[in-house]
Design a protein. Structure first.
Length: 113
């Protein structure tokens, strides 16, 4: 645990104020590009309720998330490689993806019907 705390402290010491602020932001995916994720050091992107990429196929989600992640991990003199967190506003399971399988909450929490 001490080693992890030292790594976190070292990373924070390298970060500019702009990078720290960017890590605390979570814009909705419709309003931020992968290029902007890198430029503004964004820490998290969200799909709000009903916000879907492309034709809402699994491969659309994968391509979108891969592009955001790759942008977050491009390290250079201006940007530190910090993996992006992606969030989905999906109350009671993300059923909006074509072909998605959602299990009943009874199974999710180890109870049977």
């Amino acid at each position: 645990m001490k080693e992890l705390e030292q790594q976190v402290s070292a990373l924070l010491a390298k970060m500019t104020l702009e990078q720290k602020i960017g890590q605390m932001l979570q814009p909705e995916r419709q309003f931020i590009s992968p290029e902007q994720v890198k430029k503004y050091h964004i820490g998290s992107v969200l799909s709000g309720g009903g916000s879907v990429p492309g034709e809402n196929r699994p491969e659309d989600w994968i391509a979108m998330n891969d592009a955001y992640w790759a942008a977050s991990m491009e390290e250079d003199a201006e940007h530190l490689a910090i993996p992006l967190i992606y969030g989905v506003d999906a109350i009671h399971g993300n059923t909006n993806v074509k072909g998605a399988v959602v299990f009943s909450s009874q199974y999710r929490f180890g109870r049977s019907a």
